[in-house]
Design a protein. Structure first.
Length: 92
């Protein structure tokens, strides 16, 4: 299932559609519960397209746009005693 070397069967397409629909519904429920979105925002979010950072901010999916240093500084401000651990993957 999902092989790039053959066409999916109708049953496989239905399975993928069901999985995608369930994941989208779960995401929308999470957004609705935790973000201050309007019905118009949800209509746009439901398209399941990829949003740029500025579009995500306009849709209230994120609070701000920044880099890792911004996140670390914000975390330090919120709790100066917190330990921040950053994992890095070794390059081969």
């Amino acid at each position: 299932m999902g092989s790039p070397f053959r066409k999916s069967t109708i049953d496989e397409e239905r399975i993928f559609d069901t999985i995608v629909r369930q994941m989208a519904d779960q995401f929308i429920a999470c957004v609705r519960k935790n973000r201050p979105v309007t019905d118009q925002d949800l209509k746009t979010i439901r398209t399941a397209r990829i949003f740029t950072a500025s579009e995500a901010k306009d849709l209230h999916l994120i609070d701000s746009i920044g880099y890792m240093d911004d996140v670390l500084n914000e975390a330090k401000q919120q709790n100066p005693d917190a330990k921040i651990i950053v994992y890095r993957r070794e390059r081969y």
